[in-house]
Design a protein around this ligand. Structure first.
Ligand SMILES: *Cc1c(COP(=O)(O)O)cnc(C)c1O
Length: 387
């Protein structure tokens, strides 16, 4: 049979996560590849989802989302960031942040348009831009003083007359960077100068460390009116399987996103929405405990990676550490990641697959630390034999 997959999707066949998780299973390795927690979310929030199912909340919810969740999201944006969004017209519920970003990109960019992304980028962005028939223009995040950042001149140079969107992810997976106000100002200036829309992925908005402040791009002067903000429950409440997220944006953007989303999935699972509203209203103290525990796990993993001989970049947020493999005598992260399960019994993700400029990311692998302490300790012990 000839290849049935449309040409624009052919380079997205096998995700690195499937390959690495298969290797983890086959070798009995510790999987620090995929970023999902191995402990559960807040018990009362879980109970709210169960109760929603028991009490008959099992038919189609409204397409834009349950009013109680849209109101809880509007309250969260107001109380945490001072951002005002009308829950009826400017808040919209999606099947996770993944669908929020996808619906936004599909609604706002098409064939002939270009979308700027910061690389290494979250893997769904590249595929989503391809689905839209648009082209991605990468701006590379590079280590500078212990954290990854971009050169504003490179950002400016990436803009062409065809640029429509800038996709921004802060806190950034996998670089761990929380963009500063200055970095965000540089992005905002480019958006204003070239009349671009920003789509921001803020799924790690609560998971920042050492006092690093998450600043939504929409809070910068002139940006609320041109920013589509996306977040979700998965990372904040350790319920990555719930796939419940939301978009906040001015009404014309929400209408555009809705037009696409209604034919992708129409609505988002009702019981999860009810529980998400509960979580946003009642479980932020639990989230603060999660944040503090992740900060300690980060230090545990970074210390272990350093002891094993890696140069580890201590992230300001997210679940992930970028590790430079060159001090151990390796140069190709893909080769090392493929060998690591056999060599050490640990699985990591070669960050190179999230770059267009492969040489910028060739020597990095990504380790997740959203795991129980004993799992991190065991992995670190195994990695010690590597040098
Ligand atoms: C995990 C993750 C997502 C996916 O969020 P869902 O709500 O599960 O769809 C999106 N963006 C980034 C950067 C992530 O790390």
């Amino acid at each position: 049979m000839s290849e049935p997959l449309v040409p624009r999707m052919r380079s997205f066949g096998e995700t690195i996560f499937a390959e690495m998780s298969a290797r983890a299973a086959a070798t009995g390795s510790i999987n620090l590849g995929q970023g999902f927690p191995d402990t559960d979310g807040p018990p009362a929030m879980l109970a709210t989802a169960i109760e929603a199912i028991r009490s008959g909340g099992n038919q189609y919810p409204p397409g834009p989302g349950l009013p109680e969740l849209r109101e809880a999201v509007a309250a969260q944006r107001r109380e945490r960031y001072g951002l005002e969004y009308d829950p009826a017209e400017e808040v919209f519920v999606t099947v996770g942040a993944t669908e929020g970003v996808a619906a936004a990109v599909l609604a706002l960019a098409g064939p002939g348009d270009e979308v700027i992304v910061f690389e290494p980028y979250y893997d769904s962005y590249a595929a989503t831009i391809a689905l839209a028939g648009a082209e991605r223009r990468p701006v590379t995040l590079r280590p500078d003083g212990g954290r990854f950042t971009f050169d504003p001149a490179e950002l400016r140079a990436a803009v062409t007359p065809r640029t429509k969107l800038i996709l921004v992810n802060s806190p950034h997976n996998p670089a761990g960077t929380v963009f500063t106000r200055g970095e965000l100002r540089a992005i905002a200036d480019v958006c204003a100068e070239h009349d671009l829309t920003a789509v921001t992925d803020e799924v790690y908005e609560y998971l920042t460390f050492d006092g690093a402040e998450h600043i939504p791009l929409a809070t910068l002067e002139g940006m609320r009116e041109r920013t589509v903000t996306v977040s979700s429950v998965g990372k904040t409440f350790s319920v990555t399987g719930w796939k419940t997220g939301w978009v906040t944006a001015p009404a014309p953007y929400v209408r555009a996103v809705r037009t696409v989303k209604q034919f992708l999935t129409y609505a988002t699972g009702g019981p999860w929405q009810r529980a998400a509203a509960y979580g946003l209203r009642n479980e932020l103290a639990w989230v603060e405990e999660l944040r503090a525990s992740l900060q300690a796990k980060r230090d545990r993993l970074v210390g272990g990676l350093e002891a094993a001989g890696f140069t580890a970049y201590r992230p300001q947020g997210t679940y992930f550490v970028q590790a430079d493999i060159r001090p151990l005598g390796f140069t190709d992260g893909i080769e090392l990641a493929r060998a690591l399960p056999e060599k050490a019994g640990v699985v990591a993700i070669p960050t190179q697959v999230f770059y267009d400029n492969a040489e910028a990311g060739a020597h990095f692998v990504r380790f997740a630390f959203c795991k129980r302490d004993e799992v991190i300790d065991d992995a670190v012990e195994r990695l010690r034999g590597l040098a």
